[in-house]
Design a protein around this ligand. Structure first.
Ligand code: ZN
Length: 329
């Protein structure tokens, strides 16, 4: 897996810092939150909590396994909950209390914040307090794919690690986008049928995530368990949705680049140059730009939690409308 190589280098840097007792108090891992960022977070936790005397992390001891499975007594995970999909101040207060307690294993205590950009303002301020005066032997990992959404005063207290984007996770969506674009019966990618197919693919993905997460969660005993499961499903689905839109965006960017005569060696959809050139020959630069803007607007609106059905329908209808004008020429 080529995409793991840079992550490996990042991990080795952190391991060296840890060996020299130079670990930063807090790291912000910028990348796909439930992809490479979470994977790296787990490796860092296994480094801290591994019980082996040498060759840490060993990958086999209870500390390493606990880190991998996300269940360690001295690690608290925070992630956005409830319909608002935000980390609220109560969650951060719990984390602050947790950080101040004596560690269960006699070593580190760690807090991991998934989607650290989604803290409410009061949650961010409460978190800043603990970052400013952290109890000894506490360690924080903040995970985000939207670092500009994190309070600058928090950012400045974290060591920033930028991870490569999840090319592997993006690949299936790119294949779907390319496939839909070739499907002339469906009117191509931006045809109404093609557009609704993208919606169908997303729905299928949601069902898949629901099944996997429900199985992983096992028995749900409390409302809290149920909330957590729902939040995990929503978060993972949103990640897939944003990958799907990114694949769509990259397609339209390639078309736009082809219209402007850019060097094709830089194209993301290098395997579909024929189709891209053909589409590019039928649109003006500003028409290509409108398509790129439309997809970008969809992503922005979805990030603002505007109703998904509405956003997808409006955006995809707009794209197919653009295509319809084109075919009348
Ligand atoms: Zn171990």
């Amino acid at each position: 897996m080529s995409s793991t190589a840079p992550t490996n280098n990042v991990f080795e840097d952190i391991r060296r810092a840890w060996e020299r007792d130079r670990l930063a108090q807090a790291y912000i891992l910028v990348g796909p939150v439930r992809g490479s960022a979470l994977a790296l977070a787990r490796r860092i936790l296994s480094l801290l909590f591994c019980e082996a005397t040498a060759g840490r992390p060993c990958g086999a001891c209870p500390g390493c396994r606990g880190a991998e499975e996300g269940r360690l007594a001295d690690v608290l995970f925070l992630e956005p909950v409830k319909a608002a999909q935000l980390i609220d101040v109560e969650q951060v207060r719990t984390l602050n209390l947790f950080a101040g307690q004596t560690s269960y294993g006699g070593g580190w205590k760690a807090g991991v914040l998934l989607y650290a950009d989604r803290m409410t303002p009061s949650a961010a301020n409460a978190f800043l307090k603990v970052l400013e005066e952290p109890p000894p032997r506490t360690f924080f990992l903040l995970l985000t794919d939207q670092p500009h959404g994190v309070l600058p005063t928090i950012l400045s207290r974290c060591q920033k690690v930028v991870l490569p984007s999840d090319q592997e996770a993006l690949r299936p969506w790119m294949d779907s986008v390319a496939e839909l674009s070739e499907d002339r019966n469906a009117g191509g990618l931006a045809g109404l049928a093609g557009a609704s197919k993208l919606g169908v693919l997303l729905e299928k993905k949601r069902k898949e995530i629901e099944k996997v997460e429900a199985e992983a969660a096992g028995d749900l005993n409390t409302d809290e368990d149920e909330d957590r499961l729902k939040a995990r499903i929503t978060a993972r689905y949103k990640e897939s949705r944003s990958l799907a839109l990114r694949a769509l965006l990259l397609w339209h960017r390639d078309v736009m680049a082809a219209v402007s005569g850019a060097d094709t060696s830089l194209f993301v959809y290098a395997d579909h140059l024929g189709r891209i050139r053909e589409l590019a020959s039928r649109v003006t630069l500003s028409e290509a730009l409108i398509r790129v803007d439309t997809v970008e607007d969809m992503q922005t609106q979805l990030d603002q939690n505007i109703n998904e059905d509405m956003v997808l329908e409006a955006g995809l209808t707009r794209l197919s409308g653009l295509e319809a004008t084109l075919s009348k020429r």
